[in-house]
Design a protein around this ligand. Structure first.
Ligand SMILES: Nc1ncnc2c1ncn2[C@@H]1O[C@H](COP(=O)(O)OP(=O)(O)O)[C@@H](O)[C@H]1O
Ligand SMILES: [Mg+2]
Length: 278
């Protein structure tokens, strides 16, 4: 019988549902991953094998087949480690097979069985919540996942052993709390600018009224410096905007410690940047 674990594949900031199907059968000892997996996903079996052994779960000398469905959707990244590991654990009976029902699972595994942070936890949590499911993710990403909804279930274990203990009720993990990052004091601030009274006034009017701004002047006049300081006088992101901006940060792997920031983003693409990367 195949065990199924729900996870996601990313298309931009969209998290599409992916089913991890694990089947253990008798035969030669092999561990196969199929379903249009890229190199990082294919290598996942080595991490999963090592992590399971480190967690005290010797893999039975059996044939393990993992299918990532739908098989025609490309799967990229290392976040399939944890759903694959949990699928194998359920298939060998280390955890009850119904324990994972109602959860979307994602996360990378270290060889010692700890869960390491992965990109995209926030969009995955938002997608899970929209499907009425909970989320299992690495502990460091827990605060990020908790943003998706205050009443969805989020389990953020540090290691596979901690997750097993939680499922068996031996050591119940607390739900992570959403966190906002305190900004470092060295963020660019409008007060850094000397003089330039009319430029600063223009910046303030643009900020207050939500207007566009065109700056023209010789190199070194301070245009880039002024522009980079606009976010310092803009209001913090509203919760809805914060979620939207953070989804992009999340898939780009730019959320450290699961903490989101409510400062408005600033991009300074070079004029020679190609369209694709601008
Ligand atoms: N009014 C100003 N107050 C403080 N520093 C300034 C000012 N104008 C220019 N500078 C300094 O000059 C540097 C170059 O400015 P920059 O913003 O790169 O110019 P531009 O984009 O117009 O070519 C800034 O990083 C800053 O150190
Ligand atoms: Mg400039």
């Amino acid at each position: 019988m195949a065990v199924r674990v729900a996870t996601v594949a990313f298309e931009g900031v969209e998290a599409r549902p992916v089913d991890v199907q694990v089947q253990i059968s008798s035969g030669a000892v092999v561990f196969n991953v199929v379903g249009l997996a890229d190199k990082a996903v294919a290598e996942s079996r080595e991490r999963v094998r090592a992590a399971l052994i480190a967690s005290g779960l010797a893999l039975t000398a059996k044939r393990i087949t993992v299918n990532l469905a739908p098989a025609d959707m490309p799967k990229e990244g290392s976040h399939y480690d944890v759903p694959i590991a949990l699928g194998v654990m359920a298939a060998i009976g280390a955890i009850p097979s119904d324990a994972l029902e109602g959860f979307v699972v994602l996360g990378e595994l270290a060889l010692d069985g700890t869960l390491t942070p992965t990109a995209g936890v926030l969009p995955a949590a938002v997608a899970a919540n929209a499907r009425g499911l909970g989320l299992i993710c690495p502990s460091e990403c827990g605060p990020e996942a908790a943003w998706a909804s205050s009443d969805m279930e989020v389990i953020a274990p540090r290691s596979l052993i901690q997750l097993v203990n939680h499922i068996k009720g031996a050591q119940v993990l607390a739900r992570p709390e959403p966190a906002v990052r305190r900004l470092a004091a060295d963020q660019p601030d409008l007060s850094d600018i000397k003089g330039q009274e009319s430029a600063k006034r223009a910046l303030e009017i643009a900020a207050a009224g939500g207007h566009n701004l065109l700056m023209s002047g010789p190199p070194g006049a301070g245009k880039s410096m002024l522009a980079a300081r606009l976010p310092s006088i803009l209001p913090p992101l509203t919760p809805r905007e914060l979620l939207e901006v953070s989804m992009v940060h999340s898939v780009a792997g730019q959320i450290a410690g699961g903490e989101l920031t409510d400062r408005r983003p600033f991009r300074a693409p070079h004029h020679s940047a190609s369209l694709m990367f601008a």
